[in-house]
Structure formats: C-alpha cells, structure tokens
Design a binder for this molecule. Structure first.
Ligand SMILES: [Zn+2]
Length: 124
C-alpha cells in the first residue's frame, strides 16, 4: 500500500473525486467511539484543510451536521459514501475516509487505534 505525496480519493460511484496532499503518508488513522463514527464505521486519517482539494463532484456532496453543529460531515448524495469531514476536535483538519483512497485496503490497517470520541473534550 503506497501513499503518494498527492493521492486521489473517490466515493463509490465516482462522482466525487478528491486530491489529498499527504507529505507524511497516512497520518493518524483511527476509529472513534462517537455516536457518528460508531455507526459510520470508517477509519479516518488526518489532512490539513489546505491539503484537500475537491477536483470533481463538489455539487454532489451533501453536508450533515448534528449536536453542536461544529463538525461538517460530507458524503456523496448518489452512492452515500462518506468521503471526509471537517473535525470538531481540530477545525484546521479534515478527517478523510481511508477506504476512499485509491489503492488502499482499509483491512490491511487493522488493528487501528480507537479514539474515545464519546467523551469529547468539547462536551465537558
Ligand atoms: Zn458517489
């Protein structure tokens, strides 16, 4: 599994295509226990906001927000695949769905670190 310095990612139907600048490879891949992540089931890695470019299908992305309405969760409105979200824990970062990365097999990353998102620092 090779992560290119600029790596492509896409949803399942191919409507949404992202370009991610990942000079350090896959950064901090993790699962999280928050109400959203536990249902979504995706492994997320981190990229800085300026390192994510939507090259195709921006109009095909739907935004989902809940609770404090801080995090911005994006998914493809055609195939329903979660591509990325702007984090609440660090608004300068996007979390990206590693399963959307070209040539990446998420099962090879297991076991993945699990973050205690249900006890979010912003909720205390
Ligand atoms: Zn799609």
């Amino acid at each position: 599994m090779e992560i290119k310095p600029v790596h492509k990612a896409s949803c399942h139907c191919g409507a949404v295509v992202l370009e991610l600048t990942m000079p350090n490879g896959l950064e901090d891949p993790r699962r999280c226990t928050c109400s959203m992540c536990r249902k979504r089931g995706a492994i997320a890695a981190s990229v800085l906001l300026e390192n994510l470019r939507i090259v195709q299908g921006e109009e095909n992305l739907t935004l989902y927000q809940f609770n404090t309405m801080t995090a911005k969760h994006y998914f493809c409105k055609t195939c329903g695949i979660y591509t990325h979200h702007q984090r609440r824990s660090n608004p300068h970062q996007f979390a990206i769905n590693v399963a959307c990365l070209e040539g990446v097999n998420p099962y090879e990353l297991e076991p993945v670190k699990i973050v205690d998102g249900i006890a979010h620092p912003s909720d205390k």
